[in-house]
Design a protein around this ligand. Structure first.
Ligand code: KG4
Ligand code: ZN
Length: 356
């Protein structure tokens, strides 16, 4: 079964082709980073226009790479949400038109579930049940994953996402957008112990996250740093970056391991753009092995950030459950995973919700 997956949820235009939910035949991503860089963040209006310009070439390139034709496709999977509505609409309406023209099923995919399942694009996968941490520019969530489509949300951020914190700190430092990779690079030459930034633990048993206080602490410290004459500075900008990254990584590692402890699972996986971070991977794997004797699984960086292959894979899994979308399906800027399969969203702060 050949599925084309399309994602235009934010600032990447991507298309992936998968065979039988196992083999990635193509994964093409057109990044808009260069465009948004000078604005210090994604400009929604510009993002939609770029998707309009790039979607057809990206899809054509994906099909060419996969060595298939439009008429070989058996189904079309597309991100329905969450994301920027103007951006989502470009992918969704293109997919609707294509599905109608080719007379093949359309599958609406939740972008969060796609990040969660992206680990299954890899040859080595965690055994069910396991704990998954999804950390991207828009989300920071911990799930108990029992099977495809069978998840419990254990905790999530109450304010900024981890990737958003990286992006905001990079902006404060004047390093442009997106921030994750730049901050990680800068942190390599810094001393993480030169200064200690606060960690928000959110109560003894909470698996929720908060990164807005940390961001403010970095902002205030950076202001002081700027105001201090260069000759009198005891910290470098790299020290600030390393100490910030350490604070984020500390919380992500400790909360993930607390989730492992609570659920009694024997594996964990980390996905989403922030999972590209080498320091996070190293600390997470070492601590999980040392303290819990468990392995942690990561998708390769190209599958951590937004990509069409993870949409095709998730579409395949949804298709197997008989879930296809009508042509009246609409984009959803907010799309909690609790909304999958008609489950009503609940106030899930500090509470487990079951998603089937
Ligand atoms: O998953 P993704 O491509 O898009 C969303 O769905 O948000 O994630 C992008 C986020 C950005 O916030 C970016 O700064 C962050 O992932 N990111 C990183 C790294 N690479 C990307 N954060 C920390 N370290 C990295 N190496
Ligand atoms: Zn994403």
């Amino acid at each position: 079964m050949l599925i084309l997956g399309i994602d235009t949820s934010c600032d990447d235009t991507s298309a992936g082709v998968m065979r039988d939910g196992r083999e990635v035949l193509a994964n093409v991503v057109h990044s808009q980073i260069a465009l948004h860089h000078r604005h210090g963040g994604v400009v929604p209006e510009l993002a939609s226009r770029e998707h309009l310009k790039n979607l057809i070439p990206v899809v054509e390139e994906a099909l060419k790479t996969a060595g298939v034709d439009f008429h070989d496709l058996d189904a079309l999977a597309v991100t329905q949400g969450p994301g920027l509505v103007g951006s989502l609409l470009v992918g969704l309406y293109y997919a609707k038109a294509l599905a109608l023209a080719l007379k093949i099923p359309l599958i609406a995919v939740n972008h969060l579930e796609a990040h969660l399942l992206s680990i299954f694009l890899e040859p080595e996968v965690p055994p069910f049940p396991y704990v998954a941490l999804t950390v991207s520019g828009g989300h920071t969530q911990l799930y108990h994953v029992r099977g495809y489509g069978d998840y419990t949300l254990l905790g999530q951020t109450v304010d900024d996402a981890a990737g958003e914190a990286f992006d905001k700190v990079a902006k404060i430092f004047g390093l442009g957008y997106p921030g994750g990779r730049v901050i990680e690079g800068l942190a390599r030459s810094g001393d993480a112990r030169a200064i200690r930034f606060p960690r928000a633990w959110m109560g003894k048993d909470s698996l929720n996250f908060s990164f807005s206080g940390l961001k403010t602490a970095v902002l205030l410290q950076h202001r002081r740093w700027i105001e201090t004459p260069e000759a009198e500075r005891t910290l470098s900008l790299a020290d600030l970056a390393a100490a910030f990254q350490e604070a984020v990584v500390d919380v992500l590692v400790q909360k993930t391991l607390a989730a492992v402890e609570r659920t009694g699972v024997s594996a964990a996986a980390v996905a989403g753009g922030v999972a590209c971070n080498g320091h996070l991977r190293a600390r997470m794997s070492a601590t999980a092995k040392e303290e819990k004797g468990i392995a942690v699984f990561y998708p390769r960086p190209a599958y951590c950030t937004d990509n069409g292959a993870m949409i095709a894979l998730t579409g395949y899994r949804r298709f197997l459950k008989g879930e296809t979308a009508g042509l009246d399906v609409d984009a959803r800027s907010k799309f909690p995973m609790g909304d999958l399969m008609g489950v009503r969203p609940m106030n899930c702060m500090d509470r487990e919700i079951r998603v089937r």
